[in-house]
Write a protein that binds this ligand. Structure first.
Ligand SMILES: *Cc1c(COP(=O)(O)O)cnc(C)c1O
Length: 391
């Protein structure tokens, strides 16, 4: 066993695919101290800068004082503190949903929702670039599965056409794709789900808080909230906390509460987290300026990278990759950027397909225009040194 594992690790190292943890000693939103070096943070999912917001910290501390450090049990036993009721009420109002349920993390939410909704006799259709937690939920479900080419609705339709009309069908997609920063064709997906009598689940992990009039997400941005059956999202990214949610009709929530193993068999969230979540739901609906700043930054950053000659793929959001290809060059670029004071991470297989390794930048409204310009100058310098762009 040990020999085998050591050889697997060695192979990863040879392919420049072995991962290592970095030590973060401080973070104030825009800046981070990592492995002892201060860097501009272009790698976190703290899109609206809320993770360090004093109001969230205060609400979290208060909840912890009142209810303790841990929840002491699962929600269905004695862990369902009134904090949950309050946060779920706020969530329902925000999303204008009939029912809502909060989970421990986006990963366990997707795993459990999908595995509880579909089984051996059902069929699932999933975008090629969906998040790993969706893929793992599908694996666990044992349903018949089809992956359609990324954002290719013709391909999806041809698969739907071939499927038995008598089987239950689920279509599932990210709303913003985590490693490419492009957007799902939600309107087209709604058309297809109606035409083929499927249900549609949308993962708003990267769009919650950012799109929609009050940050409800991309589903609301496109006015599809009454058409999408299952809206899932997280509190761990733009909302700056931790945990995840699903909104939908009451039958869905009742069913999940009764069958979803990753909901039933795990301890409830710590009170501090729930206190912060409630505050974050309140703030995110009101503070539009954060969303606007993020949009302006994203637009500017994408434009400038393209002008410099970098390949940013199909990004139209605050997630902006520079697609490089080889693992070695990608790791080299991220190391050089870090030496220049920019926290930017190399994303390699299996997170992305072979030959598409990339630097994945994620922006935050807590950055200033000056900081972005400073970063762009350094990114250009490293790109030229490495021959990725013309000098
Ligand atoms: C981050 C992410 C998740 C997982 O959420 P966590 O709360 O970090 O576990 C799920 N889906 C997508 C699309 C994500 O980007």
């Amino acid at each position: 066993m040990k020999n085998h594992i050591q050889s697997v690790l060695h192979q990863l190292e040879q392919k420049t695919q072995k991962r290592m943890l970095k030590n973060v000693s401080s973070s104030d939103g825009a800046w981070i101290v990592m492995n002892g070096r201060k860097m501009l943070n272009l790698a976190s999912n703290n899109y609206l800068g809320l993770a360090n917001d004093e109001r969230l910290i205060k609400a979290g501390c208060q909840a912890m004082r009142t209810y303790g450090a841990g929840a002491t049990a699962s929600r269905l036993i004695v862990g369902n503190y009134e904090l949950y009721t309050r946060a779920e009420e706020a969530l329902k109002k925000w999303k204008k949903a009939e029912a809502a349920l909060i989970f421990n993390s986006g990963y366990t939410a997707n795993l459990g929702i999908i595995a509880s909704l579909i089984g051996r006799d059902d069929i699932v259709f999933s975008d090629w670039l969906n998040h790993a937690s969706i893929i793992d939920g599908i694996r666990l479900s044992k349903a018949e599965r089809y992956r359609y080419r990324h954002n290719d609705l013709d391909h999806l339709e041809s698969l739907l056409k071939q499927a038995s009309p008598h089987k239950r069908k689920l279509i599932v997609t990210d709303s913003i794709f985590s490693m490419d920063g492009d957007i799902a064709q939600l309107e087209g997906l709604v058309t297809l789900k109606k035409r083929y009598n499927a249900i549609l689940m949308v993962d708003e992990a990267h769009s919650s808080g950012i799109y929609g009039k009050r940050g409800e997400g991309l589903v609301h941005h496109f006015h599809l909230q009454d058409e999408v059956d299952i809206q899932m999202g997280t509190f761990s990214k733009a909302l700056g906390c931790f945990g995840a949610y699903v909104t939908g009709e009451q039958w869905l929530i009742d069913y999940l509460m009764n069958t979803m193993r990753s909901f039933i068999f795990t301890t409830a969230l710590p009170p501090a987290v729930l206190g912060a979540i409630e505050k974050s739901i309140e703030i995110v609906q009101q503070e539009h300026a954060r969303r606007q700043t993020l949009q302006v930054h994203s637009h500017y950053f994408r434009d400038e990278l393209q002008k410099l000659g970098f390949d940013i793929g199909k990004s139209t959001t605050h997630i902006v990759p520079i697609i490089i290809g080889s693992n070695e060059q990608t790791v080299q670029m991220s190391e050089r950027l870090q030496e220049h004071g920019i926290a930017a991470v190399a994303i390699r297989p299996p997170t992305v397909p072979e030959g598409t390794s990339r630097i994945r930048f994620s922006l935050s409204s807590s950055l200033t225009k000056e900081e972005l310009d400073w970063a762009l100058e350094r990114i250009a310098e490293v790109g030229r040194e490495m021959g990725l762009i013309a000098s």
